[in-house]
Design a protein around this ligand. Structure first.
Ligand SMILES: Cc1cc2nc3c(=O)[nH]c(=O)nc-3n(C[C@H](O)[C@H](O)[C@H](O)COP(=O)(O)OP(=O)(O)OC[C@H]3O[C@@H](n4cnc5c(N)ncnc54)[C@H](O)[C@@H]3O)c2cc1C
Length: 477
């Protein structure tokens, strides 16, 4: 069997690893990737040491159902060197995690070759996939080369930042902050910087500026003014009620699950630990109105809080959530989508070391929040941010807005257009790409059918393993 993988980020690594550990008969695999930083994708290329992974090692394993795979690679010495004492977990620079991905991919390719597979990496972007004359699909690279494959897996990642305020091309506007090692190089130490957004990317920008000794003012300008919650120390708690099994049972009983069913599971989980559901949800909803720095301070102080509520909710967003999402009605999904900002702030919290750095910046007065932003315009010598709290001037604007999950990645736009034209796939009404041909697969954030939250490594690895299983079934058939 001839397999083509389009894109060489974490999803492709998960897929290759799953093929390598399987009993697959020898075949051929070709990976297409234009970037010089193979296997790292958008997040894990070379960057500043201050740009850290956002989650503990147990949920960063690219091998599905082997939560220790990444920790073993990291080893005790490196783990100790990167230990975040507040968090009680090692948090490595994202570039170092990229090394893990690269090592895993190279090991997988070598294993496959050892079993008689032919492997190839082609340094090119794919611009089209179409039906070919035979049974295979044809892939076309930007420079017009044709390749054919029995099975094509798109691992093209998620979208890239959108330019909401139409600032592209304005001097001093940084449209995509990564890699911060090069974008922040353009920032004078005294410049007043407006960072658009207040999510994890905005946090990355602010703490990286501070780590480089930035002296100018930094403002996080956003509509919501809501910061991510602060990650609590993992306790290793295993939910007994908020589980896939319980959701499955509910679905069997009622022919689907509702948001109220899921709330009931969480209520039972909390009750068993003596925690009050009403108080927990009230605390969460306060994120919309509570002064963000005050909330940040309180959350940082609660990193060790033994209550399980937020931990269960955060963890289940990636474990039970994707399963329950498929069983929910459209109106319940819509209800959840209306809480996107709050849900993302809980599901994707900032690591405590970043929370501490942010708080220090707020306390010194160097960092401020500017919520209620309505317009940002380029003016003579800089930018003016217009918001509910008045105007703010900045020398530079860094865009830290991420696109909604399941957006078409810019580098895959042509490719997607060709798939739609050939009827090989369709865009799902809730985002993402749904294959309409059994020879086509999607792994990663662009796969249709996921929840309204951007996939993390955990979900990417699970989908990669499932897809490898599908490829092997096709090979056997
Ligand atoms: C800044 C950032 C930080 C993150 N941090 C974390 C974290 O700490 N923990 C976590 O669990 N998750 C994190 N995530 C979530 C992230 O989505 C996943 O961790 C993971 O990177 C997704 O991998 P992927 O392979 O699907 O996509 P990507 O890593 O984006 O890789 C896609 C690859 O496809 C290539 N490509 C695109 N189009 C084409 C084409 N037409 N032809 C050929 N190649 C193409 C691209 O060049 C790229 O290399 C982060 C995401 C971002 C954006």
């Amino acid at each position: 069997m001839r397999i083509a993988i389009v894109g060489a980020g974490a999803a492709a690594v998960g897929l290759l690893d799953a093929l390598a550990v399987s009993e697959a008969e020898a075949g051929e695999v070709t990976v297409f990737e234009p970037s010089a930083h193979l296997w790292r994708g958008r997040p894990y290329g070379p960057d500043l040491d201050r740009v850290l992974v956002n989650v503990p090692p147990a949920v960063m394993s690219i091998r599905h159902l082997d939560s220790g795979h990444y920790s073993s690679w990291l080893g005790a010495e490196r783990a100790a060197a990167h230990m975040d004492d507040l968090f009680g977990q090692p948090l490595v620079p994202r570039a170092l995690y990229g090394e893990y991905l690269a090592d895993t991919a190279e090991t997988a390719l070598a294993t496959l070759r050892g079993r008689g597979w032919r492997t190839r990496v082609v340094a090119a972007r794919i611009v089209a996939v179409a039906r070919s004359r035979g049974l295979r699909l044809a892939l076309y690279t930007e420079d017009g080369q044709e390749h054919t494959a029995d099975q094509v897996v798109l691992c093209v990642g998620g979208g890239t930042p959108q330019d909401h305020y139409g600032l592209g091309g304005a001097p001093g506007f940084v449209g995509d902050p990564y890699p911060l090692a090069s974008t922040l190089d353009q920032v004078r130490a005294e410049a007043d910087v407006a960072v658009i957004g207040s999510g994890l990317t905005a946090v990355d920008v602010a703490v990286s500026l501070a780590a480089r000794g930035h002296a100018g003012r930094i403002a996080l300008v956003s509509r919501s003014g809501m910061l991510p919650h602060v990650y609590q120390r993992p306790l290793g708690y295993r939910p007994r009620h908020v589980t896939v099994d319980r959701v499955e049972a509910l679905s069997r009983e009622h022919g689907g699950v509702t948001l109220d069913d899921l709330a009931g599971l969480l209520r039972a989980e909390l009750a068993e630990k003596g925690e009050d559901f009403a108080r927990f949800t009230a605390e969460l909803l306060m994120a919309r109105s509570e002064e963000p720095v005050r909330r940040l301070r309180a959350q940082l102080a609660a990193v060790d809080d033994p209550r399980i509520g937020r931990r269960v909710l955060q963890q289940s967003a990636y474990t039970v959530g994707p399963y329950a999402w498929r069983l929910m009605s459209g109106s319940d999904r819509e209800r959840l989508r209306r809480h996107l900002r709050l849900a993302t702030s809980v599901a994707a919290p900032m690591v405590p070391v970043n929370a501490a750095a942010l708080l220090e910046l707020f306390d010194s007065g160097q960092l401020t929040m500017a919520p209620g932003v309505r317009k940002i315009e380029a003016v003579e010598g800089g930018f003016r941010v217009r918001g509910d709290g008045g105007d703010l001037n900045a020398d530079l604007v860094v865009n830290a807005l991420n696109p909604p999950p399941r957006t078409v990645p810019r580098a895959a736009e042509q490719l997607v257009t060709s798939l739609l034209a050939d009827g090989l796939a369709a865009l799902h009404p809730s985002g993402g790409l749904a294959p309409a041909d059994p020879r086509l697969h999607v792994v990663g954030d662009f796969a249709a059918g996921g929840t309204f939250i951007t996939s993390g490594i955990l979900g990417v690895a699970a989908r990669a393993a499932r897809t490898a299983g599908g490829l092997l079934a096709a090979q056997a058939g």
